[in-house]
Design a binder for this molecule. Structure first.
Ligand code: BEZ
Length: 389
């Protein structure tokens, strides 16, 4: 027996869904595709990002805006030549709703191109490639981390204020390293310093000896280096083993000492870096995050975990604005653009190019912590040069 007219039944079903909190047209899980390094020098960074993202979802009861989350994974190996094929495994084969990745700037540049071409939502939880929130900026591409310019420029200012006049830079020769030393030089030279030489080696090479010998013979006032993950552990230890840390201070963006102190031990003690996170910010949000992270994963959180956690917060902001319907891309994007993210690093909003506007902290290594020393630059926005949405 037909109890009600079909249009009344439809209206009742819609009302029931609304009562549940979200009147989404879609059902079933939201497909999240992690494209991260799970092998190689950046493997630990990829794992921390994934753990941070999943922790936030778990804190929301395993759902975002009422939707279950289904995860897909691709190991990008920090290998730019495989990046387009790898991201298409998620976009075309697995048909994910959102891609979360990656760490390496060269890989992320290819991912951003693919996301733009396919109108896919991409949240970058680390890679700082300046162009992604510069000339390549795009409606569907967001970053929960930083631009390579941000911590580097701040470190340049800090080093100049310390009175250093002559610096040598040393990094891996790829987008992140090159942009980082460029940002440092901008801040340092504005403050009256001069970068006298830029030394590089190919990514992810860790044969530093010949370059350290060159630094020892040139005797600059300071060295600025971008390295991260396993490479940063080896570099900081080699720098100290060569005795250079006794005479020439080594500076860098905080990646040089974040998530690496266990391995660097004595060699890193006293080092000063700049970053949008520190290990003892001591705000209630950060304390709760670090406690839950430590309980869940039996490991201390680091900047990469924070960036993964905040990528999930950004996704939730977009989903809420679209009532849980991720296919409503314009509403998702608008929600993310407007959001204020309550991050463990401190609250932040996004620039017009979708990059966090955030405080950059000065930190110093003490024991196993990157201790907060002060704010190097308040609410630093990447200039977003060349971005036209
Ligand atoms: C990058 O490639 O953008 C990057 C990698 C590790 C740490 C920071 C930046």
């Amino acid at each position: 027996m037909q109890l009600r007219h079909p249009s009344i039944r439809l209206a009742m079903a819609a009302a029931a869904l609304t009562l549940c909190g979200y009147s989404h047209a879609q059902t079933g899980p939201i497909k999240v595709g992690f494209m991260l390094p799970y092998t190689g020098t950046y493997a630990s960074l990829g794992n921390m990002i994934e753990n941070g993202f999943k922790l936030y979802v778990q804190e929301q009861g395993g759902k975002l805006a009422g939707r279950e989350i289904q995860y897909f994974k691709v190991d990008d190996e920090s290998e730019p030549s495989k990046a387009t094929d790898n991201v298409n495994k998620l976009i075309k084969r697995d048909q994910v709703d959102v891609v979360v990745g990656t760490v390496h700037s060269g890989v992320a540049l290819a991912m951003a191109r693919a996301a733009k071409e396919n109108n896919t939502l991409l949240i970058i939880p680390n890679a700082g490639a300046d162009a992604i929130t510069g000339p390549m900026c795009s409606k569907t591409v967001f970053r929960s981390s930083f631009s390579n310019w941000q911590p580097a420029y701040a470190m340049g200012e800090v080093a100049a204020k310390k009175g250093h006049k002559k610096a040598i830079t040393l990094t891996w020769n790829y987008a992140a390293g090159n942009e980082s030393v460029k940002g440092f030089a901008e801040g340092f030279e504005k403050g009256g310093g001069k970068v006298v030489q830029n030394l590089t080696l190919p990514f992810p090479n860790v044969e530093f000896q010949a370059l350290l010998t060159q630094i020892a013979s040139q005797k600059p006032d300071a060295v600025y280096s971008f390295f991260a993950g396993g490479g940063a552990v080896k570099f900081v230890k080699d720098y100290a083993a060569a005795g250079l840390n006794k005479t020439i201070p080594l500076y860098g963006p905080g990646f040089l000492t974040d998530g690496t102190l266990e391995g660097q031990g004595e060699a890193a003690q006293g080092m000063i870096t700049t970053l949008h996170y520190a290990d003892n910010l001591n705000n209630p949000r950060d304390k709760a995050f670090r406690l839950n992270f430590a309980k869940t994963y039996k490991a201390n959180a680091d900047v990469y975990a924070v960036q993964g956690y905040d990528a999930a917060q950004m996704l939730l902001a977009g989903l809420k604005a679209a009532n849980g319907d991720i296919k409503k891309m314009n509403q998702v994007v608008a929600g993310m653009e407007k959001a204020e993210i309550d991050s463990p690093r401190g609250k932040f909003k996004l620039s017009a190019a979708h990059n966090p506007i955030q405080d950059i902290y000065t930190r110093q290594v003490k024991g196993k912590l990157n201790e907060y020393q002060g704010v190097a630059i308040k609410q630093l926005a990447d200039p977003g040069r060349g971005c036209k949405m």
